[in-house]
Design a protein around this ligand. Structure first.
Ligand SMILES: [Fe+2]
Length: 305
């Protein structure tokens, strides 16, 4: 018998293993074509991420990024439905307050299922993705509840131990020296817990557990809600402080070996380090490769300045 993936996760928080919960966001009408086209029309362009992932035979990923372009909401929706795009609308809490209010009510029910879980900050992104889109292996430096609204997707959740999620890679992500993608090898698949999500289901998993997503041949809509707890905040701060130490030639102790007072002290130090601009994000600017277009390969047309 395989060891449970979840017991090998370094910091699970109160969520010991991946779990599915019901939600009512679909019945409330947030996932219809009309509602989605309307929100795409009005969503601020600076809150869009449009990605196209390519994979080689070993499962290694390369990323192309798109500009928002000039399509109206209905056209952009069609480009996603026909293409191979992954569109992320950030900051749903400000971009679509009605959906956010409903989702926070649902989050309250999920949170109540895990004694001791207490989110201190929530944020959300609405993800519209093409039938064949896949999201590469990564982790979020936060807890996550993925509210699935349309289509079918398969989520692979892996143990968050050093073999699958090295602390040095966590440091790079938390200090924004790299995107959230992690080193990945096919052998990890033997350790994955696989969950298929239907509309009306929400999935959560142990905090920091690495995961990846495959759409199952249908246009998909999900609201990905991330949240911080005090322990995750402390841990992220300690990882950031360790990244700064390491960038100056230090060899910091792993946060796994730190008790709460030490994690809290490192978190406090990280706030000062961030204020002082000790590690500049390397993600601030990057080139765009395409614009969404209907009726072209992958839904990715040429850039039109
Ligand atoms: Fe994620």
């Amino acid at each position: 018998m395989k060891t449970s993936a979840q017991t090998r996760t370094r910091y699970t928080g109160p969520i010991a293993e991946a779990g599915v919960h019901p939600h009512s966001l679909v019945e409330q009408g947030f996932a219809s074509d009309e509602a989605l086209a309307a929100v795409l029309d009005r969503y601020p362009a600076e809150l869009f991420d449009i990605n196209l992932y390519d994979y080689d035979d070993e499962g290694q990923v390369s990323l192309r990024t798109g500009a928002r372009g000039k399509l109206d909401g209905a056209e952009l929706l069609a480009a996603i439905q026909q293409g191979r795009l992954w569109v992320n609308l950030r900051s749903v809490e400000t971009g679509w307050p009605e959906l956010w209010a409903a989702a926070m009510a649902e989050f309250g029910k999920v949170q109540a299922a895990y004694p001791g879980l207490r989110a201190v900050r929530n944020a959300g992104q609405l993800i519209l993705s093409s039938p064949k889109a896949r999201v590469p292996y990564h982790f979020d430096p936060a807890g996550v509840v993925l509210f699935h609204l349309r289509g079918r997707k398969r989520i692979f959740v892996y143990p968050g131990d050093e073999a699958h999620l090295a602390e040095i890679d966590m440091e790079k992500v938390v200090s924004r020296q790299t995107t959230e993608e992690l080193p990945y090898v096919r052998a990890f698949e033997a350790d994955a817990r696989v969950i298929d999500l239907e509309p009306g289901q929400a999935l959560t998993w142990p905090i920091y557990a690495p995961h990846r997503v495959e759409n199952l041949d249908r246009f998909c809509v999900s609201l990905s809600m991330d949240f911080q707890t005090w322990p995750s905040r402390f841990r992220n701060g300690a990882l950031f402080a360790n990244a700064v130490l390491r960038s100056r030639g230090g060899r910091p102790r792993m946060t796994d070996r730190m008790a709460t007072p030490e994690l809290a002290a490192r978190w406090a130090a990280s706030l000062a380090l961030k204020r002082a601009g000790m590690l500049k994000s390397r993600l601030a600017t990057f080139e765009r490769d395409f614009e969404p277009e209907v009726g072209v390969e992958d839904g990715a047309g040429a850039l039109r300045a």
